[in-house]
Design a protein around this ligand. Structure first.
Ligand SMILES: [Zn+2]
Length: 229
């Protein structure tokens, strides 16, 4: 939480338990600095049930001891642990054959749950079919299964795709909009590096990050025609 939020939490504490807050101006400043220091990575509220005021209120009701910021930080850690215990990794939208992307999406969804930005996903929700409500909300918000932050993270795992997006974003021709006359990649498919062995047999066909130059030229010529038409 930010400093003004720490001040609000402290003010709330003062309303419920007046003797816990300092009234001398110098001491009050020190107390606020201490609360802010210890609670800067604890959110004031989240969309999924955490509210620092609830934590403060519960402590004051439950404990005979004056509340300290560390009590609030401990409650936040317990809340995170509890959410992760209840969380079952949902099936990522990423291609299962792409372990890097798959893992990145799992890690991202766990971070979101731990931080209170997303609700835990349980087995029951997993088997009930259809996307999780959170996923639907996210889809509506951004029109894609892949949030922009995750997409950026995935770029390292999908170099050909990322290179294509970068060229198109800069207004350049999308080479994949035409077939490749060199490697015979079809429209929409990336170019492949054909490796031919000494006995003329194919030795592999790794995906090329950069399309073959003749294909890029063809796409540029098409784009030019479209723009002048
Ligand atoms: Zn090609």
């Amino acid at each position: 939480m930010e400093r003004r939020e720490a001040a609000a939490a402290l003010a709330y504490t003062g309303r419920l338990a007046p003797r816990t807050i300092r009234t001398d101006p110098g001491e009050a400043r020190d107390q606020l600095a201490q609360w802010h220091e210890l609670l800067h990575d604890v959110p004031f509220t989240t969309d999924h049930g955490w509210d620092v005021r609830e934590a403060i209120r519960a402590h004051i009701l439950d404990s005979p001891y004056p509340i300290l910021p560390v009590d609030v930080a401990r409650k936040w850690r317990a809340y995170r642990r509890d959410r992760l215990d209840r969380h079952t990794d949902p099936t990522p939208a990423a291609d299962p054959d792409d372990p890097g992307a798959w893992r990145a999406e799992l890690v991202s969804s766990r971070h979101a749950v731990a931080a209170g930005a997303a609700a835990p996903s349980t087995h029951r929700q997993l088997t009930s079919g259809g996307p999780h409500p959170d996923v639907e909300a996210r889809l509506r918000a951004i029109g894609s299964y892949i949030p922009p932050t995750v997409r950026a993270e995935l770029a390292r795992y999908r170099p050909a795709h990322a290179a294509r997006e970068a060229v198109v974003a800069q207004g350049g021709p999308d080479a994949l909009s035409v077939p490749c006359g060199w490697c015979h990649a079809r429209t929409g498919e990336p170019c492949r590096q054909r490796r031919v062995g000494p006995d003329s047999t194919r030795r592999g066909n790794a995906v090329r990050t950069i399309p073959h130059p003749s294909r890029a030229d063809l796409a540029a010529a098409r784009l030019g025609q479209q723009q002048t038409a």
